[in-house]
Design a protein around this ligand. Sequence first.
Ligand code: GLU
Length: 489
Amino acid sequence: MSKVRVRFAPSPTGYLHVGGARTALYNYLFAKKNGGDFILRIEDTDEARSTQESLRGVVDDMVWLNLMWKEGVDPVTLKDMGPLGPYKQSERQHIYKDVADKLLAAGKAYYCFLTDEEIEKQREEAMKAGRNPQINSPYQDWTLKQAEEKLAAGGKGVVRFKTRELKKDYIFTDLVRGEVKFPSDMVGDFVLLRSGGMPVYNFCCVIDDHMMEMSHVFRAEEHLPNTLRQLMIYEAMGWKAPQFGHISLILDEDRQKLSKRKGAVACGQLKDEGYLPSAVLNYISLLGWSHPEGKEIFSVDDMTQVFDISRLNASGAVFDRVKFKWMNAMHLRALPNAEIWKLIQPFLAREKMELPQDPVWQDKSITVFKSYMEILADAIELYRPLNDKSFAIQPDADEALAWESTKAVLNGWKELVQASGKDYLSEEEFLKLQDEVKNKTGAKGKHLFMPIRVAVIGKPHGAELKNIVPLIKTSSLVDRANKVLAKIG
Ligand code: GLU
């Protein structure tokens, strides 16, 4: 077998979404598993929709996921990297033109001068007569010389691939779906180059996959019908086609095509919400593939060891956001505390939170909070009560503050905290101290807990005090209690 070479070929017309990331991942894993090369090719022939910003975003997301490629565009400079470039289709126009010229010279393609109106008229007539509405161009019988004369005289024509003589079935073994059979008359004479000379996807794709020496092509199921046109071009050029595998669709919970209306699907957004790349890769790997030992939680290294295309599934996979979040939590909790602390910093910084610099305190806080965190952004609400500047008495505290016993509870609380002589209370010290307030004031149940909670977090419900109190300096606890006492006067 020739060397395994696979590629991910995004069109930089938007962001990288989970479907694209999954295609990239399967190609990446296949290359790794088989000691092959993974290439990043940029399909930017759609000049109107392709942007540099999108290219930057897609590349950055690939880097974030650590799906690194050997050839393609350089992840930093976006310049060509590798021996078989250029890897941006917009820089390969001359190559496509050369191949088109060869097909024209061989009579396998022709210049077609039908106008849009003529094409539309043909289509309507065919539909009316119940015929296949495929193009039937009178120009397919023209000689190249005739066409060139018309072009020289200012005629505007597209280059079409000639399908009339290919009366047969195109059969190939899809690596995911098994045998696929397409009758050649499923397509009419299709365009290779538009009238401005701009090539179409199917044409560029074949030329590039051939010239970049792709052995296999794993891509989204929606490209399956394109494969017929592509096989025709391979055949016409006398090139060997790569092996194809068309990966199943990713569906929403309602089994419709995955959409961003129900939640984040863009990798950039997942990153902003605090999903970990390892969890994203773990989760998307299972949308259309399964681990041979039935494992659910695993690393990319593990995937690389066991990835096997025979376990790719042809039916659509449902993107279950609840499960995805759970999986992220599993990956997050498996990290060392210091690593989690580092990862949540950008999230806390967004909220301008000022928290202690002491690594012991930081470690303690992660130990307390990590089982409450599913995504990194959850850290914001968990840490907010620890930030003195965020302390504010909420309107829903009014009821508890109006109870007769509250003042005594708050005074008792404040005095005992002050008298403890500690910088921080431990969980046990806090519980003991709370008991003492109870004994001293006779307040119990909600009359005890709610006022204390208001004095710690500004509201009567929410965070577990035994978790929170040991993370707040006793001097801050006293300040907070004073604020509440001042409010009730
Ligand atoms: N540029 C195409 C896409 O983004 C790639 C299709 C292919 O892999 O052949 O869908």
